[in-house]
Write a protein that binds this ligand. Structure first.
Ligand code: NAP
Length: 462
């Protein structure tokens, strides 16, 4: 038998998940092994691209154009897409391993972190991640409802997701109708009575996690004023000292922009986004639904290694609000049969090699990339070097002769179909893509998303 990883004896790699990190892993495998590798990409939904489709905001179409790169990867000989296949249920790990030498998990971080405060479960209190998935037409979230009848919404957290949520709430129907936002969300947001969106950061302006361009975009919205009070833009002495020494250019830019905005008078636009710092939600109140939030004032204190942490001062205020979105980070979910670090919400790994426990031993043939490997951080491009690093570990293992028997002859796809699974191929997805974009063309929109899995499968079977 010829060497594994050659065209005569190709390495077979399954990638579970079809977001950016999965595609970058596939790309690096093809780059290194050419026709010596076959990549099977397994995806739970009939549609690929993970958070590029289901997370990136609909008014950020330019960012979504990265899918053109993924399209090219999908055209490589030796690539197959197996959509509408759920890992763990339709496809248990044992079954998958019969068909692949190695498995790379690229499943991202599918759930949210909670605040752990009273009233968090009241109707009207939501995870920002759910709102994002809902307005992006993710099939699992299309049935959610958001009561947009109150005038004030509070967004907890000052990362880029919080900014996305605030911006979408601040957009007019006219602005949103030029995007690929889900139709039902467009309709609901058209009837929104939300006039004020208060975004609160538990630490100060220098510690905000959003990026300067995202902040700037908020200040340029056609029908929404960005309001920052001078006292919220001001730095405490600890942050001032940190900013001088840290060399963090994004933080310096954010601080400068916030200072600039704090000097602007509101222009009387129909909605407002108010940004506040050193503020945490202490409790959410209401009878049967969110009606108000107790906000606590914080101050910064220096912890180990110079980390500036928020400490309550004891000062509180009650703010009326009908909606609360907690936007305090995504969190990875355990996969059936795969080791999981519940504390960090990631698959334990060393350079992308899955470990049987945090700090434990490698599980031969299993790898992780992206947010399920490192946690929910960075932008889309951050996943490229991350996936390259994991694939390099895999290739080193290939060199070392780690991989066992050649997988079962006969395809995984045929085995799944024999089990009654309606496998969606990449060309199926391209048909769905064409249906969506044609429907959009008529309306001057990038696409009109199909959001229902049955509807997608029916369209394919027509
Ligand atoms: P993130 O950047 O980690 O921000 C989370 C925010 O939540 C931080 O402000 C954090 O404050 C705060 N937070 C955490 N726990 C909290 C608590 N208990 N109470 C109050 N605040 C709390 O996460 P994200 O916004 O979900 O974004 C995830 C990743 O996706 C990021 O890397 C982001 O840049 C990226 N993303 C990028 C874009 C874009 O490029 N346009 C859009 C969306 C998302 P502390 O700093 O005090 O912990």
């Amino acid at each position: 038998m010829s060497l594994l990883g050659t065209p005569e004896n190709p390495l077979v790699v399954a990638v579970v998940g079809s977001g950016p990190s999965g595609f970058y892993a596939a790309e690096h495998l093809f780059k290194q092994l050419g026709s010596g590798v076959r990549v099977m990409m397994i995806e739970r939904l009939p549609t690929p691209f993970g958070l590029v489709r289901g997370g990136v905001a609909p008014d950020h179409q330019k960012i979504k154009s990265v899918t053109k790169v993924y399209d090219r990867i999908a055209q490589r000989e030796g690539f197959s897409f197996l959509g509408n296949v759920e890992f763990g249920t339709a496809l248990p790990l044992d079954m998958l391993r019969q068909f692949a030498h190695a498995v790379i998990f690229a499943t991202g971080a599918q759930t949210d972190r909670s605040l752990g405060i009273d009233g968090e479960d009241l109707p009207g209190s939501h995870a920002a991640t759910e709102f994002v998935a809902w307005y992006n037409g993710h099939p699992d979230y299309r049935h959610l409802t958001f009561d947009l009848s109150a005038e004030r919404a509070i967004v907890v957290g000052v990362g880029n997701v919080a900014i996305d949520v605030a911006r979408i709430l601040g957009r007019t129907c006219d602005e949103l109708s030029k995007t690929d936002i889900a139709d039902y969300a467009l309709d609901a947001l058209d009837h929104s009575r939300v006039k004020e969106i208060v975004v609160i950061g538990r630490r100060g302006p220098a510690q905000a996690a959003f990026s300067p361009p995202e902040l700037k975009e908020l200040s340029e919205m056609p029908d929404t004023d960005l309001i920052v009070a001078p006292e919220d833009a001001a730095l405490d002495p600890l942050s001032e000292a940190w900013l001088k020494t840290s060399g963090d250019r994004d933080a310096a830019k954010n601080v400068a922009l916030l200072h600039e905005y704090s000097q602007h008078a509101p222009q009387g636009k129909s909605r407002r986004i108010v940004m506040r710092f050193l503020t945490s939600p202490v409790a959410i109140h209401g009878s049967g639904k969110v009606e108000a939030v107790t906000l606590g004032r914080n101050m910064l204190v220096e912890r180990d290694h110079g980390y500036l942490s928020a400490e309550p001062t004891g000062e509180t205020e009650v703010m009326s609000a009908g909606l609360v979105f907690r936007s305090v980070g995504y969190r990875g979910v355990a996969l059936p049969g795969v080791p999981f670090d519940a504390k960090r919400g990631v698959i334990p790994n060393s350079d992308g090699r899955v470990l049987n426990a945090p700090g434990g031993q490698p599980v031969p043939g299993l790898y992780a990339v992206g947010w399920i490997k490192r946690g929910p951080s960075g932008i889309i491009g951050t996943n490229k070097p991350d996936s390259v690093a994991t694939v390099d570990s895999l290739l080193a293992d290939l060199q070392a002769g780690t991989f066992g028997d050649t997988p079962a002859s006969g395809g995984l796809e045929a085995a799944l179909r024999a089990n009654g699974v309606r496998v969606v191929s990449y060309s199926d997805w391209q048909r769905l893509d064409a249906l969506e974009t044609h429907a959009g063309e008529r309306l001057g929109r990038p696409r009109v998303k199909l959001t229902d899995i049955d509807q997608m499968l029916a369209a394919l079977d027509e």
